[in-house]
Ligand binder design. Structure first.
Ligand SMILES: Cc1cc2nc3c(=O)[nH]c(=O)nc-3n(C[C@H](O)[C@H](O)[C@H](O)COP(=O)(O)O)c2cc1C
Length: 181
């Protein structure tokens, strides 16, 4: 049984990214894993201040926001799952801030060992739609010494009958990735 933390970096509860994350979570729970989900949109999440306090204060971040609830789970989880809509060809600002704030987990640029997953949604659906965030994600995960255990990119999430909609095949794909954890 793994401890999995899911950070949803979308502004829309129940939106496409939230739906994709929930499908992943369902699969992971069905496989017996413990999942803790945090929805970052609409919270007081701040970017990193770069003050360096976390490097002097035993990994305690000085910014008093939603990350203070998340840090204990980040420390103990095996897998960090980040879910993001594609915003202007890259990750959402919430997920970027979440990444930057994980600096507080490090000591002398060494990070605790974690597996990671990236889930994304977008309207476009071409071969290159997710190239930029995919390349950034793979680069940073390697740079921090982490282990990418899967990505799922759901392109073609269009409005249908006035509602946001993730195609069923993508919900199934994310569920399967969750099951494979
Ligand atoms: C500010 C903004 C920028 C976006 N940029 C892109 C983009 O570059 N490419 C794309 O395919 N879709 C883009 N979209 C559409 C979203 O990626 C897509 O609707 C996504 O599934 C929304 O997820 P959500 O329901 O979790 O917000 C953008 C949407 C917004 C609001």
């Amino acid at each position: 049984m793994k401890k999995i933390l899911v950070a949803v970096g979308s502004g829309l509860k129940g939106g496409n990214t939230d739906q994709l994350a929930d499908a992943f979570i369902q699969g992971a729970r069905e496989n017996g894993h413990e999942v803790q989900k945090f929805f970052l949109g609409g919270t007081d999440l701040h970017g990193c201040m770069g003050c360096g306090a976390c490097q002097k204060n035993g990994n305690r971040c000085a910014v008093k926001d939603v990350m203070q609830q998340i840090y204990p789970y980040l420390e103990e989880c095996d897998t960090i799952v980040m879910a993001s809509p594609l915003y202007f060809w890259t990750l959402s600002s919430q997920i970027k801030a979440f990444f930057d704030r994980m600096y507080a987990l490090s000591k002398e640029n060494i990070y605790p060992q974690k597996d990671t997953v990236l889930l994304m949604t977008s309207e476009d659906d071409t071969e290159t739609t997710f190239d930029r965030p995919d390349s950034y994600y793979r680069f940073i995960v390697k740079a921090l010494g982490w282990n990418n255990t899967g990505t799922y990119y759901a392109g073609g999430c269009h409005m249908k009958d006035g509602k946001k909609q993730v195609p069923e095949r993508h919900l199934n794909g994310a569920w399967l990735l969750g099951k494979s954890m």
